[in-house]
Design a protein around this ligand. Structure first.
Ligand SMILES: [Fe+2]
Length: 221
């Protein structure tokens, strides 16, 4: 079952395309183990207040967790994007069952691109307490035709009696004001099109759980 028309609406959601076993297999890939030092790197986008001319800066704080203090002690500094990211190696990822299932799905949507060859830039984003991405579009990049967003876990109802909420993907296909809420559901593949569209989207702040999401930008070769 799919929801949304990729060409018309700029997005589509394919339900139940990936299994828990696919995710488990993916986590055993070499791209996670070739370097024992590999870990999530913290990303933080900030907009400085008016006194700094609203300059936006992307700060990569590497493996440090100090960004929590940076953010909270920063006073007027506003985070626009805050999560941790782990880049996957395409050579290893390409042969995984997750990659093959993505390929099966996009064959139907992008026959030309798949026929002529494509590659992906994949990462896993981890959202801890309070992490989010505010509304944005992904911009235009040469030869990039779509992005696939794959929730790697479901949001639990509660953890230790705390109610879990947030971490929803919100899509804005029609206007800036009407959002479509997409709950993180393991197994679903969300595709956003760049050939004819560039749908704005956001992820709401995560509360009381950890959200893992596989993000893949696909490029024509
Ligand atoms: Fe994005």
């Amino acid at each position: 079952m799919s929801i949304g028309d990729l060409r018309k609406d700029g997005y589509t959601i394919i339900k139940d395309a990936i299994s828990q076993d696919d995710i488990r297999e993916m986590m055993k890939l070499d791209c996670f183990h070739e370097d024992n030092e590999c870990t999530f790197e913290n990303r933080l986008d900030v907009i400085f207040p008016k006194t700094f001319d609203d300059t936006q800066e992307s700060i990569n704080l590497g493996r440090s967790m100090d960004f929590r203090e940076f953010y909270f002690e920063g006073g007027g500094v506003r985070a626009q994007q805050r999560f941790s990211s782990y880049t996957l190696t395409w050579d290893h990822f390409e042969n995984s069952s997750v990659s093959k299932k993505i390929s099966d799905v996009i064959k139907g949507e992008y026959p030309e691109e798949v026929k002529n060859g494509y590659y992906g830039q994949y990462c896993i984003n981890m959202y801890l307490q309070g992490d989010f991405i505010s509304k944005h579009d992904d911009g235009i990049v040469e030869n990039r035709f779509c992005v696939v967003l794959i929730p790697m876990n479901n949001r639990p109802d509660e953890v230790d009696k705390f109610t879990c909420s947030g971490g929803d993907l919100i899509l804005y296909p029609d206007s800036d004001n009407v959002g479509i809420q997409v709950e993180s559901k393991l197994g679903d593949i969300v595709i956003l099109d760049f050939n004819h569209n560039n749908v704005k989207h956001e992820v709401t702040p995560v509360d009381k759980w950890i959200r893992y999401s596989l993000v893949g930008f696909l490029f024509k070769k």
